[in-house]
Design a protein. Structure first.
Length: 105
């Protein structure tokens, strides 16, 4: 990956219920938090690979429904950064992204 990412993916907690959270993306700018997009809601206490793969795949698909991201899918997915994610979740996200990039025409 390059030094400056084109997009940032992360996980965050919802205030209630305690176990719930969301998968999001945002631009890597100074004001990125103001442009955060929630891509999928998930139970943060379920950590098995099939569940996380399903949620992250759904989230990436949701992001790519927006024309801004779908036209430049490769641009965003080939150079991203993560935040608030455990290493094993980052690995699952990388697999999801690789699968998505291999499906593209």
């Amino acid at each position: 990956m390059k030094n400056s990412p084109n997009i940032i993916f992360g996980l965050a907690e919802l205030p209630k219920p305690k176990t719930m959270g969301y998968f999001y993306c945002k631009p890597p700018s100074k004001y990125g938090d103001f442009n955060m997009k929630i891509l999928a809601v998930l139970d943060l206490y379920i950590t098995d690979t099939p569940y996380l793969t399903k949620i992250l795949t759904k989230g990436i698909a949701t992001m790519l429904k927006q024309e801004k991201y779908s036209i430049k899918m490769q641009y965003y997915l080939e150079n991203y950064k993560t935040e608030n994610m455990e290493v094993f979740v980052q690995a699952i996200l990388q697999e999801v992204v690789d699968t998505r990039l291999n499906k593209s025409p």
